[in-house]
Design a binder for this molecule. Sequence first.
Ligand code: ZN
Length: 273
Amino acid sequence: MKNYLFEQKAVFAFNIWSIDSARAVIDAAAEKKANVILQTSSGVFEKIAKKQLREFVSSYASDQGIRAWLHLDHCRKTTLIREAVDLAWDSVMIDASDRSVGENIAATNAITGYAHEQGVLVEAEVGQIRGAEDNIVYAQSQIASREDIDRFLRETEVDMIAAAFGNAHGIYQSEPQLHYEIVEYITEKTEIPFVVHGGSGMTDGAVRRLLEIPNVRKINISTDVKLAYREGIMTAYKNGLMERDGFQAVDVEHLIHESIGSMVRSRLSLLSE
Ligand SMILES: [Zn+2]
């Protein structure tokens, strides 16, 4: 089975929640001539028109001359993961990192066989990454232990691996203390591509440092997409576009599209330095 992460040195994965947000990300990626991953959280996955989003991403990205893959981010529910596999999502993340490493391995293996049979890649995580993703909230930081990493790599057949190395979801309250040595430990130990969670709010310097590590191949950006969406609405408001008289939804949507696009382009610039 081909792992799409090997098609380029590294790829950013942006969370989207609609056809419009997907289009904003694809347009920006096409401008930068970069392939891209669009991720749906499991909460979003439950709400969207799945089949139509799948069709849109494939056809629109190919019209724009890039590859765009669909990924199911942090998911604890086997039924949802199976649904994503059946709907030809390109990859899925089973997140059982809140359980013991043994249980995490069992949950991961329970989904890997099913996904691989249909050519869908599997991502999993060792150690819990701080912050809130959908309703998944972790109280405290937990750096993945070398022991757990070793065992996880030995006993699973995942295609992408994430690990807690001091990174967090959401907005960082202060500069995160990233344990690059954990990332290096994993990437030296295995060929399996490493996934960086919590890329939103990481400084460009931190992302550059991570991208220098061979086999760091996927960098997740979620919060920044939502904040860019919000920023678009705020700009519309400040520019008087939200007045009742003469209100044009299309103008507001254009500002949102531009706001998401500019954030995406700025992150993607890090790939071509
Ligand atoms: Zn994450």
